[in-house]
Design a protein around this ligand. Sequence first.
Ligand SMILES: [Zn+2]
Length: 92
Amino acid sequence: MFTKEKEIKTMKDFLIGMVCAVCLFVTMTFFMWVCVAGQNAMDKDLWNNGVCACGGEWEFSNASAVHKHGNSYFYFCDDCGDVIELHSPQTK
Ligand SMILES: [Zn+2]
């Protein structure tokens, strides 16, 4: 009797652990997705279809891998000298 109760308790602990692990995984995946989606939205805002706020066009300047989480892509505006940093390369 005692052994069976203990087994049930172990099973319960195991299941609770599994549920926690799955929840954590789902939460982390969700936050990563939100982070990437947010970055893409920011990139899109900055990029503005390749047009600078002054009306000039963004020209590709440089790519660097200084960040841990991927590359940075720099674009500059020939008209006003503005520089933007994007997280993914953009095409016009
Ligand atoms: Zn400009």
